[in-house]
Design a protein around this ligand. Structure first.
Ligand code: FUC
Length: 797
């Protein structure tokens, strides 16, 4: 019996193929266990549950997170108030707004002393604990150690040999079944101890029986209940209890299934699910996958994950040098091996898509500053949701990189901020609609804080509303526009209709007080304030007739006509950050928010607004390329919109060289996931753009990407795009269209004779039949339109 079981384990090990590898572009690997959580451990997750895999030989540590485990908020002793003062701040706000309109420039600390508020019981995102799997240390040397993250399958693996025995361990978190699975194989017998460690800021009860470990308790801070259930399922052999841990001795492979729940509910004002007992829910989730363990869970996990991940494929021709680990690939970046550099760029792009799927799925909170991963009781910036760039940047890749489904948590979250956001609008502005300020938590925090250089950002609701409209533009989902987008957009627009003030100097509708993020003095009408409101208004005007709210659309259109759009060229040729021409061209501050109109807005269109585009360029040159992680990532997008592929690539290179950790996480520093997401979006912006009514193929292709292909990226209008190119530009374009209607595409491919394929018919289009690099045709629902180079190329000139 023993031998045959051992044989089974060996067969399984072989069948899983220790040598089988995902391709270079989707495999991260290391030849050492991780020591450092932030820099080396590898993240896995299903949006709600995250884990960091260390890959220790004798002791594995899986540091677990669950998105809703937050201290602070309702239930805290201090009397949580959502950041809102009980009294109206309207008179104070107006008097400061008026001083600024009259020309004053106020120091942020002076304004913060008046309008800022100390945070009470804001809370922090928490670690859920550590799952530990230990064996008795062995003295033989370890060989062939490999720790990897396979982005194709969303599985982390560890393998090594020791004393003639092969070991293989794998870890994944299934969205389909809401479970974390660990599977340990060995070609010999295994003797393991499995435990769970809980941070000390909560009560804890551990009940161990032969089936599993039930861990439960409540956070001391706010009474939020949590529970984990850890089930150990050996393919053969028995599990025994050892205090608060489990022991297993077996000749077979072992599966461990972990589930985690809290009684959080994303709903103002109580944020508790009265009907959920986390301890029961964790057991129910866990038992639902039965005893077949990995083989039962793997299929649905891979079907679910791959349906999202494999939609897109980017090939830049990168090659990872033989035996080069991912940390070394990153460390050698830029040192002369062009194919290796391209390999890292492809991998980084795929990792960004992987991270978004792993940290944002329906049914939980959106990706926070650290996605879903956190090991601390007081993480940097509370691992919260900053809404003056960071949360928005997290979702930039969602539409363009064909992961539209990952926006669900963002929209659920923003919807849940509207009720408290209405109170913020009333209390601070005496306005209708809704708004919020710099940052928020899991508990509907919508008031300003007291940090002088970042607390006043009432444009946050308008900026978040942009994501709803963009989701519609990409999906053309009219039901979404009506039911989900419009209430949020209209509420944000209503707020600004009420809150804008006429500047007596020019009669323009103006935001005051206004503060360019984290920078400069308080003034009236800083560029980004005006640009964000203009973006919201323009989107609302476009959406209103589609949702049958023409009356409101008319009011917004009238206000838009009177609104200062926040676009001015200053004495240095720069795009002004403030209404007055006070920019310091030596200033290299990381925020470049006054270029919002270039990206993520679209008011500056390079084809038409050449002067503003040139001014944006001057501003970016003055600010410089070196900066923090997310700032570099934003600049990739800016340069892509300026159609300067080489400069965008230079920013990407800087990010990979100076702001990327060995586990390829972005570092601000410290680790902040927004840079990963911003750069992933930026890479798509370099290959495809679709703002302002035209689809542009390869708008910012750098010389470094001389040949390649991309499949499955998305353009507005419900269009899925694949492109192949060489040194002479695009040679093949495929557009899969989801809706009927005219589409205009721009590519240098159209400047010469090309083949146009649709519905099985091939047509040759002579270049004079088209309009320069522009081609317009009638798209049809569920059809593919193909374009192939058949004549000359731009290289011929
Ligand atoms: C904004 C940025 C900071 C940091 C923080 C989380 O306030 O200005 O650099 O990224 O968010």
């Amino acid at each position: 019996m023993r031998n045959s079981i051992r044989l089974t384990s060996c067969v399984v090990l072989a069948a899983l193929g220790l040598g089988a590898r995902a391709d270079d572009a989707s495999l991260m690997w290391y030849d050492q266990p991780a020591k450092d959580w932030e820099k080396e451990a590898l993240p896995i997750g299903n949006g709600r549950i995250g884990a960091m895999v260390f890959g220790g030989v004798d002791a594995e540590r899986l540091q677990i997170s669950e998105k809703s485990l937050w201290t602070g908020g309702p239930g805290s002793e201090g009397g949580y108030d959502y950041g809102l003062s009980a009294d109206s701040q309207v008179d104070l706000m107006r008097s400061i707004g008026k001083q600024l309109l009259d020309g004053a420039q106020l120091d942020p600390p002076a304004v913060a002393r008046q309008l800022g508020r100390k945070m009470h019981d804001y809370g922090d995102y928490q670690s859920f604990g550590d799952l530990t799997i230990e064996r008795e240390p062995q003295s033989e040397p370890v060989t062939d150690y490999r720790r990897e993250l396979d982005l194709d399958t969303a599985i982390a693996r560890v393998s090594f040999k020791q004393g003639g025995v092969g070991y293989r361990r794998e870890y994944f978190v299934s969205y389909a079944d809401q479970v974390l699975v660990a599977r340990w194989y060995s070609t010999s017998s295994q003797k393991l101890k499995i435990g769970y460690m809980v941070p000390d800021n909560r009560s804890v009860q551990v009940v161990a029986d032969a089936r599993g470990l039930a861990i439960s308790g409540a956070l001391k801070s706010n009474g939020l209940k949590y529970a984990a259930y850890v089930r150990v399922i050996p393919d053969c052999g028995v599990v025994t209890r050892d205090g608060d841990a489990l022991r297993v001795e077996t000749d077979c492979a072992i599966t461990i299934v972990l589930t985690a729940r809290t009684n959080y509910r994303m709903r103002y004002p109580d944020y508790r699910a009265a009907d959920v007992d986390p301890a029961k829910a964790a057991v129910t989730d866990n038992l639902a996958v039965g005893t077949a363990g990995r083989s039962r869970v793997y299929g649905p996990h891979s079907a679910d994950y791959q349906a999202l991940f494999q939609r897109v494929k980017l090939d830049l021709g990168g090659v990872v040098p033989k035996k080069m680990t991912t940390d070394r690939l990153r460390a050698q970046y830029g040192s002369g091996n062009a194919a290796a550099d391209l390999a890292l760029e492809q991998l980084y792009f795929n990792y960004g898509r992987y991270l978004l799927i792993a940290s944002s799925r329906d049914g939980s909170l959106p990706a926070n500053l650290q996605g879903v991963w956190n090991d601390k009781a007081t993480p940097p910036w509370n691992a919260d949701y900053h809404v003056n760039i960071n949360l928005q940047m997290n979702y930039w890749p969602a539409e363009v990189a064909n992961l539209s489904e990952t926006t669900g948590p963002l929209f659920d979250f923003v919807d849940s901020l509207v009720p408290p956001g209405k109170l913020a609008a009333q209390r601070y502005f005496g306005a209708g609609g809704w708004t919020m300020f710099l940052n928020t938590n899991a508990w509907g925090y919508v008031g300003p804080i007291d940090w002088p250089t970042s607390f006043w950002q009432p444009e946050a609701s308008a900026w978040l509303a942009q994501h709803y409209y963009e989701h519609y533009l990409f999906s053309r989902d009219e039901a979404f526009l009506k039911k989900r987008a419009w209430p949020v957009m209209k509420g944000a627009a209503q707020f600004w209709l009420d809150a804008l003030v006429v500047d007596p100097h020019d009669g323009k509708l103006t935001v005051t007080p206004s503060y360019s993020p984290e920078h400069g003095p308080f003034t009236a009408g800083a560029a980004m304030s005006q640009q964000i409101v203009a973006d919201l208004f323009a989107n609302a005007v476009a959406a209103a007739p589609l949702v049958g709210d023409r009356e409101f659309g008319k009011r917004v259109a009238e206000a838009l006509a009177r609104l200062d759009p926040g676009l001015r060229i200053g004495k240095h040729g720069q795009l002004q950050e403030w209404k007055a021409d006070i920019d310091d061209m030596k200033d290299d501050h990381r925020h470049v928010s006054h270029l919002f109109a270039l990206h993520p807005g679209h008011a500056i269109d390079l084809s038409k607004d050449t002067d503003f585009a040139a001014a944006a360029r001057t501003t970016l040159d003055a600010r410089g390329d070196a900066s923090t992680g997310w700032s570099r990532a934003w600049k990739i997008n800016f340069w892509a919109r300026l159609r300067d592929g080489d400069r965008a690539h230079k920013l990407l290179a800087g990010l990979l060289r100076d702001s990327t950790l060995p586990n390829l996480w972005d570092t601000h520093p410290p680790f902040q996931i927004d840079g990963n997401f911003g750069a992933t979006a930026g890479i798509v912006e370099m290959l495809l753009q679709s703002q302002n009514g035209e689809i542009r193929i390869l708008p910012a292709l750098p010389k470094a990407w001389s040949a390649g292909s991309v499949r499955g990226i998305r353009a507005r209008g419900d269009v899925t795009v694949s492109i192949e190119w060489d040194a002479c530009g695009a040679n093949s374009i495929n557009l899969a269209t989801g809706h009927d209607g005219p589409l205009t595409v721009r590519s240098d491919l159209f400047e010469h004779e090309f083949g146009f394929t649709t519905g099985g018919k091939v047509m040759r289009v002579p270049s004079k039949g088209t309009d320069g690099d522009r081609f317009t045709f009638d798209a049809r629902r569920d059809r593919v339109f193909g374009f192939k180079r058949t004549g000359g190329t731009s290289c011929d000139h």
